[in-house]
Design a protein. Structure first.
Length: 410
């Protein structure tokens, strides 16, 4: 995913990456050429490759998350080009929630900005593995090595305060408008930089390492055919959130704590012996249990803890402030529960990454540690150990708006 402050050049950089790696279809290229007519320097406006909404083109900023797919001989990629404007931080969180690496864009003239810090902190809370700082627009600071090093020093100091390890951090200079050091090296203008290009770095990042997580299966629906020959059939549709399951495995249904054995796993009309996260399948069990949408099936030998008082990191995404006592709806996977904000433990100061206690309310885009009192039990894992079963959203009940994203703490 891309992140950073508005106008740091994220969309242009992604467009340049696609264009110089020959991943732009000819019809799309023709459309970009038509859209670039009238530019004074005669160049292509490569930001149009990702900024598809009319409002984005009119304002020159990214509003929605744009997903682009491309590949090289080494690797396949999905780019989530996320907005930098503070008003659309919620969209950035959406893109970050499914990403393995974040590409933080910084304008070489401005250095680290408030949104750079906010996006970095959110990516750290969301558990992204790799943080790539791309100091963009180096052509506008005369390719100054000292300017680049100063920004990198600020970035590493910020990362240290957030608790990021050195092996998670990567830095490189670039000029997206002209393509220097994006796909092709810029040795003529930046001979002092001897590292890889952006594409070379992304191709080499270690990703996709498997983790041995306990099995979690979220029930999204129950199949009960209305026919005489299938009147005893019960199929539980859902998604394997983590781990894997096999025919013959013993599971426990939550919240009933009833045990059962898996007898069949099906994907459409195909029978499977095993399903691995994040597969969506239908399960059959050896005994009829009262299971419904929102229930969790878990490995019997590794059950999640039951709690009605949840402590979590929260990103507040609503213009209206959040105060203790506010009634909300918590959605954890397919389960919905009423809840209230019991306490704001502390807020995080974006500038210093320090904790601020005794905060009376949360404002738009604030990041805080909170306690939520739930109207029933939830079976969640800590986000740091099992993100798929440790994330949730908060919904305002009268407007049905998503107002916060949260990560469960241990």
């Amino acid at each position: 995913m891309t992140a950073g402050s508005v106008d740091d050049g994220k969309s242009t950089l992604m467009g340049r990456l696609l264009y110089d790696s020959n991943n732009v279809p000819l019809d799309i290229l023709a459309s970009i050429e038509r859209g670039s007519v009238g530019r004074t320097d005669g160049s292509l406006d490569l930001s149009l490759l990702t900024d598809g909404l009319r409002a984005e083109r009119e304002q020159g900023i990214t509003i929605d998350v744009a997903y682009k797919y491309f590949h090289t001989p080494t690797r396949k990629f999905i780019i989530a080009d996320t907005p930098g404007h503070v008003q659309y931080t919620r969209n950035m969180v959406t893109g970050a929630s499914n990403s393995e690496a974040v590409l933080l864009l910084v304008d070489a003239r401005n250095g680290i900005m408030e949104q750079t810090r906010r996006h970095s902190l959110l990516c750290q809370l969301l558990g992204l593995r790799h943080f790539v700082l791309c100091v963009n627009k180096m052509d506008l600071v005369d390719y100054s090595a000292s300017r680049y090093e100063a920004i990198c020093a600020d970035f590493r100091a910020m990362a240290a305060r957030m608790g990021l390890a050195d092996e998670q951090l990567y830095t490189l200079p670039a000029a997206a408008r002209t393509g220097q050091n994006v796909v092709h090296p810029a040795q003529a203008d930046m001979p002092w930089y001897t590292g890889p290009t952006l594409l070379g770095l992304l191709e080499a990042l270690p990703v996709g390492q498997p983790r041995d997580l306990p099995m979690r299966f979220q029930v999204q629906g129950v199949i009960r055919p209305q026919s005489a020959e299938l009147h005893d059939y019960r199929g539980y549709m859902g998604k394997v959130l983590s781990g894997s399951l096999r025919v013959g495995d013993t599971i426990t249904a939550l919240p009933s704590y009833m045990p059962a054995t898996i007898t069949h796993i099906s994907l459409g009309d195909k029978q499977l012996e095993r399903a691995i996260a994040p597969a969506s399948v239908t399960l059959e069990l050896d005994t009829q249990i009262d299971i419904s949408r929102g229930d969790l099936l878990a490995a019997s030998e590794a059950l999640p803890e039951e709690t009605s008082l949840l402590e979590a990191n929260l990103c507040w995404m609503d213009p209206r402030p959040l105060k203790p006592g506010t009634a909300l709806i918590l959605q954890h996977n397919s389960q919905r529960l009423p809840c209230k904000l019991q306490q704001i433990v502390h807020k995080v100061d974006i500038e210093t990454q320090t904790e601020v206690p005794d905060v009376p309310q949360l404002q738009l885009n604030d990041i805080a540690r909170v306690r939520l009192a739930l109207g029933g039990p939830v079976f969640a894992d800590a986000y740091t150990t099992n993100p798929a079963n440790g994330a949730f959203i908060l919904i305002e009940p009268t407007r049905n708006d998503t107002v916060a994203g949260g990560m469960v703490l241990a």
